[in-house]
Design a protein around this ligand. Structure first.
Ligand SMILES: [Zn+2]
Length: 719
């Protein structure tokens, strides 16, 4: 903080007040899974000097709320300035932001802004459509596969922040050489006055930092400092990683509007919930929000403004538009928070919120609610009402105590005209009929007409805890315990998709594909409506050679606009294995157009090219795949196969070795390297590959190859 005397000496009034500065840069930082009470400046246990300093020069909102409690839905609200029932994304998968959506980036880009996003984890992968309007959308997590049930492709703030810093540095250098930059010492007002081509050289950057999300594994030295509170260690580490970016922006000649918020909080056991997504209590719904203008010689404020108004995620877009001198579209539901009157006036900012994960993933009752001033109403079979002014921890449910208040808040909620979630990857009657013809009750059964108390998430939260316990058990190597937990969960709640999906995944990982397939078939026969169950089953059926059933199952999933790329990819593989190369090619090309940042469709197209004998084209495709994802084991293995086809077995071996360095469980590379060397007479070179293949490849999927390998080793199986 600059001492007040310095400011007086400079003849400037201290201003923390954000102002309209046409063409200023915009930095939006979303920190995933950030509780409102975690940061130091919010009185939290995490030491967060960088964000505390930012708040000290701007406005800190103490009553800010998200509208959803899952990552993708919440970010869609932040970027589009609309509620989930308006942008349509109600959960982390099965939804995609429509191509015509209006976002911060699509609105600023036509104004001359260069736009870039640097994101930390899979839920905001470009395949979900948040990338529209961005010149650069950097979502390279090093692994372009969808997350499996127990691991999420992600990268830490210490990787994401430097990418944003170097992109910004390049823009600022370009701006300077282009002669559009005002002198830094001239300050913000001079900048504003000179701004005839106001936005030339301006940028909008969104940085998404995933670190506080579970699992909580802070890097050193935060691991030791927060050994008993690792979640807060992640928050402190995120702040430390972010600090240099804020320093850069503060030192830059052009002023920057900085907005920092969380996408949702984290329960940490509050109300029986461990993480987030099930409920919408304040632990997960309330988020921090800080708005400041820094850099460009903007005066340094010497007061901290703490605003108690009800700030909402939908207010962020109008705030950005006003601060950069743009008109806000009239139909946006939010209102700018930029000017002091907006932050002080008594106009209510009622807020809609929801938690649809229980309904969509578990078959439980949907949760929707409303905040009006400090009153909160949750519409569930067992309704809830809280007075947050006196009961911030939501310990006393007031529903039923004042029917008049209940009715008023219920009416306020109805006033939003929120629609129920659309069916995930909503399909026509045709698709549903085809699924029924397969003996499945439904792939997209309508939501229940009526939910009872038995469907209320409050009554079922222990099942959610059981799923967490099962994940922990499996991750700790206790697969049998995990299987037993899932079987108990399914016995009590046979419509709980996540239990079947995890159980099948464990079966599969343990090398028991037929059990995995049976588990998912059982889910569909029990009427589970989550299309991801069908997608997962289709993939497993393909890998076990049940191609006809896989294709019948996956084709309906592929025929919808918001198609899940993993289901689509599985269909392409089923076609390819069923010798329908042309169909497979068009599917993989569609995957590529939806998800151009993934190496997977290129690798699959490369494999198709090899199958038809076009080694040159295959090589080009695998090289493109490596360009997209240099860490792709499959792409290197594919280059090996292409080299072998071209007669260069030395090059092939080299590529397979690289593939195995990147993924020791690339069984195809192991097998190909071992058999190629053995057939060339180099049994000594082949032995380590073949032995490792025999030791690690799942017999259920590689039965014949394992026999070949054993035969090549002279019939001797390694112990
Ligand atoms: Zn999140």
């Amino acid at each position: 903080m600059v001492p007040a005397g310095f400011l007086v000496a400079c003849g400037r009034q201290p201003i923390a007040e954000p102002a309209v500065i046409p063409g200023q840069n915009v930095l939006l930082v979303t920190i995933d899974t950030l509780r409102a009470d975690a940061l130091g400046c919010y009185g939290g246990p995490a030491t967060t000097p960088a964000l505390d300093r930012l708040a000290a020069g701007g406005v800190r909102f103490t009553f800010a709320h998200a509208h959803a409690v899952t990552t993708l839905a919440s970010h869609a609200s932040i970027l589009t300035g609309t509620y989930p029932f308006q942008h349509g994304i109600r959960d982390n998968s099965g939804y995609r932001l429509p191509a015509e959506a209006r976002t911060v980036s699509t609105l600023l880009k036509p104004r001359g802004y260069r736009t870039a996003a640097f994101v930390g984890a899979f839920p905001v992968h470009s395949r979900f459509g948040l990338n529209q309007g961005f010149d650069v959308y950097d979502d390279r997590f090093g692994d372009t596969r969808a997350p499996d049930e127990f691991a999420m492709p992600e990268r830490p703030a210490s990787v994401v922040v430097p990418l944003a810093r170097s992109w910004i540095a390049a823009q600022d250098r370009a701006g300077k050489t282009g002669g559009q930059e005002g002198s830094g010492s001239a300050g913000a007002r001079a900048f504003q006055a000179s701004g005839s081509s106001e936005s030339s050289g301006s940028w909008f950057v969104w940085v998404h930092l995933f670190d506080p999300h579970a699992p909580y594994r802070p890097p050193a030295p935060f691991d030791a400092q927060y050994a008993s509170q690792p979640y807060y260690g992640e928050v402190a580490a995120t702040d430390a990683a972010l600090a240099p970016l804020l320093d850069d922006v503060r030192a830059a000649p052009r002023p920057t509007l900085v907005i920092v918020t969380g996408d949702h909080g984290e329960s940490l056991g509050d109300h029986g919930e461990q993480s987030h997504g099930l409920f919408a209590y304040e632990s997960t719904l309330r988020v921090p929000m800080i708005i400041a203008e820094i850099g460009g010689g903007t005066p340094v404020g010497n007061r901290v403004e703490v605003s108690r108004i009800a700030a909402r995620h939908i207010d962020i877009l109008p705030t950005i538009l006003e601060a950069t001198g743009q008109a806000s579209p009239a139909d946006l539901p939010g209102r700018s928070l930029l000017t002091a009157p907006e932050r002080r006036d008594a106009l209510p900012r009622a807020s809609y919120f929801e938690a649809m994960g229980g309904m969509l993933n578990r078959g439980w009752a949907p949760l929707a609610g409303v905040l009006v001033d400090r009153e909160k109403y949750v519409d569930l079979p067992v309704a809830e009402r809280y007075d947050l002014a006196v009961d911030a921890a939501e310990l006393t449910n007031l529903a039923g105590r004042s029917p008049e208040r209940d009715r008023a808040l219920a009416a306020s909620l109805r006033g939003f005209n929120a629609t129920a979630p659309g069916q995930r990857q909503a399909e026509g009657a045709d698709a549903a009929a085809r699924l029924r013809a397969l003996g499945y009750v439904a792939g997209n059964a309508p939501a229940k007409a009526r939910y009872t108390e038995a469907d209320d998430p409050k009554k079922l939260v222990d099942l959610d805890q059981a799923v967490h316990d099962a994940v922990a058990a499996f991750t700790a190597g206790r697969a049998t315990d995990a299987i037993q937990i899932y079987q108990r969960v399914i016995a009590r709640r046979p419509d709980m998709a996540i239990a079947y999906r995890h159980l099948a995944f464990i079966d599969w990982q343990r090398g028991d594909p037929s059990a995995a397939v049976d588990t998912l078939r059982r889910a569909m026969k029990a009427g589970v409506t989550d299309p991801r169950v069908a997608g997962q089953l289709g993939g497993y059926l393909t890998d076990t050679g049940h191609l006809d059933e896989a294709i019948r199952l996956l084709e309906p999933l592929a025929g919808v606009p918001a198609v899940d790329v993993d289901a689509l990819n599985a269909l392409g593989i089923a076609y390819a294995q069923g010798r329908r190369a042309a169909d497979a090619k068009s599917i993989f090309e569609r995957v590529l157009s939806i998800d151009p940042g993934s190496s997977v469709p290129l690798e699959n197209l490369g494999t198709l090219a090899l199958d038809r004998g076009d080694a040159a084209e295959a090589r080009r495709l695998f090289e493109r795949a490596l360009h997209v994802n240099p860490a792709s084991s499959r792409a290197h293995a594919g280059l090996g196969n292409a080299a072998l086809k071209g007669g260069d077995s030395a090059a092939a071996i080299q590529e397979w070795r690289r593939a195995l360095d990147l993924d020791a469980r690339n069984f195809d590379a192991l097998y190909n390297a071992g058999t190629t060397l053995a057939r060339a007479g180099d049994l000594r070179g082949a032995r380590p590959f073949l032995e490792q293949f025999i030791r690690t490849a799942p017999p259920a999927l590689y039965a014949k190859d394992l026999e070949d390998a054993a035969r090549l080793l002279g019939g001797r199986r390694s112990p």
